[in-house]
Design a protein around this ligand. Structure first.
Ligand code: ATP
Length: 217
């Protein structure tokens, strides 16, 4: 379903979030105080506007209160990022996601009511570290300090075995959420579904159990 997003601050992060949301078919209002940044996004957003995200009147005039999701991607100017977040939450925006620069910035954003606080460099660093330590892990989503979802290549010894044969949940305490085969994806696979040699498994579980599973290959 088409959703409405506004992105305030068009640095590298803001631009890539806006462009991707737009590519996915959603409505995107992209705002930056700097006209050159706004010009960069004109063809990759539904609307774009030059405006100060810390000015309540500007935000209201841009119709920000009609948006359910606003992403604050103002970077170095921490004060502007906090003021913008405060205004958006005061105006009743339901979901405000904010890019944080530091631990202290994060703490204040939390107090201001930010619904999700993002640390792109930190998150990307974690993800890349996972790739580095395990060549088997193809992608990785951290759900909490303890739980993750990983994409992992099916090891050769699983070829032609069913999930029932492999008994992965009982042996490792992890769950196979999906099996990718070329362009196809089988979500919520059944016990008698077979794994093939070049499949990619999407697995959820505790990090320790996922590690045990990876090491068992
Ligand atoms: P990235 O790492 O995503 O490239 P950054 O963390 O270096 O970004 P900045 O470049 O400092 O972030 O800021 C991101 C954008 O936010 C800039 O394009 C800047 O013009 C814009 N910006 C800064 N203050 C405001 C404001 N008050 N209102 C709207 N946009 C703003």
């Amino acid at each position: 379903m088409k959703k409405q997003f506004a992105v305030i601050g068009l640095g590298r992060f803001g631009i890539s979030v806006s462009t991707e949301l737009y590519k996915l078919g959603h409505d995107v209002l992209a705002i930056d105080i700097n006209e050159a940044k706004v010009n960069e996004i004109i063809n990759d957003s539904t609307h774009s506007a030059v405006g100060d995200g810390t000015d309540e009147r500007t935000l209201r005039n841009l119709g920000i209160t009609n948006f359910d999701h606003v992403i604050v991607a103002i970077g170095d100017d921490i004060q502007a990022s906090m003021l913008c977040t405060l205004l958006l939450k005061d105006m009743g925006i339901e979901s405000v996601w904010v890019k944080a620069q530091s631990y202290y910035h994060h703490k204040v954003l939390d107090k201001l009511g930010a619904d999700k606080i993002i640390h792109p460099e930190h998150d990307m660093g974690n993800r890349i570290a996972q790739h580095l330590v395990s060549e088997k892990v193809i992608d990785y989503i951290e759900l909490s300090d303890d739980f993750s979802i990983v994409e992992i290549a099916a090891p050769p010894h699983m070829d032609s075995k069913t999930l029932l044969d492999l008994n992965i949940r009982a042996r490792f305490g992890i769950t196979i959420l999906g099996i990718k085969r070329g362009k196809d994806i089988n979500i919520s696979p059944m016990a008698d579904d077979q794994i093939h040699k070049d499949d990619i498994l999407i697995v959820i579980g505790h990090k320790n159990d996922l590690k045990r599973f990876e090491d068992s290959h």
